[in-house]
Design a protein around this ligand. Structure first.
Ligand SMILES: *Cc1c(COP(=O)(O)O)cnc(C)c1O
Length: 243
């Protein structure tokens, strides 16, 4: 089992290297983030021991449950799930350095208030729904710039870029369109030169579509299944608004 994880990491690293080579990018421009939802701490530890450093949960509850066990190994935590405002306090207790799933002003404002109280700052990515699927979280593409401007006014939040989940489809060209759209929004925001906004990160691409994402400019790919195997719970548990 632990050999599997290490072999899988090697396979993913090779896929990233190939995709970078194909698009003339330097491999150091693309970070691998391990999406660890449903994965027990001891399996995550295998990946950390193999040299991985960036992991992310979708639920504050899981972050909490694994926190103790993982604290002995150096790593960086991002958060990539739908964040309810009543979980903010709890999330801030668990050393998350970046919330990639900031998708609404209400959440940004409540985060800001809490961070002010705790005298902290937080890196964030604005999550954009580039696939126009109702089941996906994220601000709609035509509202992404307005949200970015509003979040930029909250000094505890440090905008570092954009995140998206591409269309889950076997049709590569449709998937690529999502990633291309995120890149276009990034370029539009850069052109606006909004104070307190840094657009260096494009978090896009998962197990099935990381090549397309890298071709379109991803700087963070988020991989779960291809490293830890199929999950016991369907993704609708994590992605559906009506849960
Ligand atoms: C689960 C998840 C991933 C990883 O998906 P895989 O297809 O398992 O690689 C990436 N991003 C988000 C937001 C996720 O919830």
């Amino acid at each position: 089992m632990s050999e599997d994880i290490i072999l899988n990491i090697n396979t993913i690293t090779e896929r990233i290297a190939k995709a970078c080579a194909l698009s003339g990018r330097d491999q150091s421009e693309v970070k691998l983030l391990l999406a660890t939802k449903t994965v027990p701490a001891d399996r995550i530890k295998v990946a950390l021991a193999a040299g991985q450093t960036l992991i992310a949960e979708n639920k504050v509850q899981e972050l909490k449950e694994k926190y103790e066990a993982l604290s002995e190994m150096p790593h960086t935590n991002h958060f990539i799930g739908h964040l309810q405002t009543n979980k903010i306090k709890d999330l801030l207790k668990h050393e998350v350095s970046c919330i990639q799933s900031l998708d609404r002003l209400d959440l940004a404002e409540k985060l800001h208030q809490r961070l002010l109280l705790e005298n902290k700052t937080m890196e964030v990515l604005i999550q954009v729904n580039t696939s126009f699927e109702e089941s996906k979280f994220g601000v709609s593409p035509d509202e992404a710039i307005a949200l970015t401007k509003q979040v930029a006014q909250l000094p505890t939040l440090k905008i570092k870029g954009l995140m998206t989940i591409g269309l889950l489809s076997a049709e590569v060209e449709k998937v690529r369109k999502c990633f291309r759209l995120l890149k276009q929004i990034q370029q539009q925001i850069i052109a606006l030169q909004i104070p307190n906004v840094n657009m260096q990160e494009l978090s896009m691409g998962m197990s099935g579509d990381l090549e397309a994402a890298i071709a379109e400019g991803a700087t963070i790919v988020r991989v779960g299944t291809a490293i830890f195997g199929t999950r016991p719970t369907p993704d609708s548990e994590y992605w559906n608004e009506n849960k």
